[in-house]
Write a protein that binds this ligand. Structure first.
Ligand SMILES: O=C(CO)[C@@H](O)[C@H](O)COP(=O)(O)O
Length: 217
């Protein structure tokens, strides 16, 4: 299976969102990664339902919605309505993670769990069967354009083994500081979805940048 690419719309030009989404439609991107930040779980506020819905109105790729918010259960229906196909909640924000994942699936969405750089993947041992995608944060969540944290490599390898040992096909997504230098190593370690924000949108030719990431073996 070739690696899936999920450009993070957080790094797009918000004044030209339709144009940016149309660019992603024309690219090899597999998903559009949508970062929702509440200013409480993370020290930044991004955007909410109306902007997600506006992105979805133009998108021809599935929306991969990453909720960096407390109390995600309260907002799952709204994000489903706004167009989310994958909804990832943070392990650190969910007291009843099993219940939250069932809730996401009951809406017909794929259920993802995002974990912070300091959170051991071993915490997912007893929930992995319920998870469609694990989003390994390779930066502290809250901002685009940060430096990649190298402990991600060992987390990918351990998670890959855990998934294989259980006979699952859970996707491993890496999010934060992904670029052309670390991407081949991430894929080699076992990542199958790469989120890239600034690396894509700040490049001279985002379509070519996405294609180059996609062609990593
Ligand atoms: O969730 C986050 C940040 O909290 C990420 O999705 C970033 O948006 C990725 O951006 P880059 O690090 O690739 O610029």
């Amino acid at each position: 299976m070739s690696v899936k690419i999920a450009p993070s719309i957080l790094a797009a030009d918000f004044a030209n969102l339709q144009r940016e989404v149309e660019m992603l439609n024309a690219s090899d991107a597999d998903y559009i990664h949508v970062d929702i930040m509440d200013g409480v779980f993370v020290p930044n506020i991004s955007f909410g339902f109306p902007v997600t819905e506006a992105i979805n109105r133009h998108a021809q790729k599935p929306l991969d919605v990453h909720l960096m918010i407390i109390n995600p259960d309260k907002y799952l229906e709204e994000f489903k309505k706004a167009g989310a196909e994958i909804i990832s909640v943070h392990f650190e924000a969910c007291v009843h993670l099993h219940r939250t994942l069932q809730h996401i699936k009951s809406l017909g969405c794929k259920a993802g769990v995002a974990i912070n750089p300091h959170t051991p993947i071993e915490h997912l041992e007893n929930i992995l069967e319920e998870v469609d995608l694990v989003c390994l944060m390779s930066v502290n969540p809250g901002f685009g354009g940060q430096k990649f944290i190298p402990n991600t490599f060992s987390k990918i390898k351990r998670l890959s083994k855990m998934i294989a040992d259980k006979g699952l096909n859970t996707l491993i997504e890496v999010d934060g500081g992904v670029n052309q230098s670390n991407a081949p190593l991430l894929v080699e370690a076992g990542a199958n979805v790469l989120v890239a924000g600034n690396f894509v949108f700040s490049s001279d030719n985002p379509i070519t940048t996405i294609k180059n990431l996609k062609n990593i073996q």
